[in-house]
Design a binder for this molecule. Sequence first.
Ligand code: GDP
Ligand code: MG
Length: 173
Amino acid sequence: LLTKDDLKLKLIVMLLGDSAVGKTCVLVRFKDGAFLGGNFIATVGIDFRVRNDTSDLCEPSCYSLCIWDTAGQERFRSVTHAYYRDAQALLLLYDITNKPSFDNIRAWLTEIFDYAQKDVVIMLLGNKSDMAAERVVKMEEGEKLAKEYGVPFMETSAKTGVNVELAFLAIAK
Ligand code: GDP
Ligand code: MG
């Protein structure tokens, strides 16, 4: 039997970015409204979660978001490449307290242009906005890079929840 959820439009969103930028935490924040603090458990290969109840994102609730969480490490790249073509939207993250994670965004975009669908929707997120004292990437730098590639940009915090729902809402829309 089909359930109401089976009839919904399924949107596949993929989370990308260097290891430890906060992809898994952003997803857990969005899915469960909680923060995975403390120990850092690296994602192995690929993991996914579904949020069916998106009624707060779209009224009436008309879609489910299937979110693929990837591992940022080089050794898993060949695994995650296979999933790019199924993704309709990509959230590309860096950590505002980690300059290399920001500098690597261009390389991520090159990879995206090689492997993803041509009409994929991309959004750039500068995560850990709660860590103002340790910030090394200015908000304007994120905005400038996003503008250069013509993609929307936001700063998020999986810890406080700032802009996490908004980012998923924007990309789903
Ligand atoms: P991933 O490898 O990109 O999936 O990164 P994780 O989600 O596993 O997070 C890596 C580390 O950063 C963990 O120790 C998290 O607790 C921490 N973290 C993730 N997001 C945030 C955030 O928004 N603020 C702060 N302060 N820490 C975060
Ligand atoms: Mg992870």
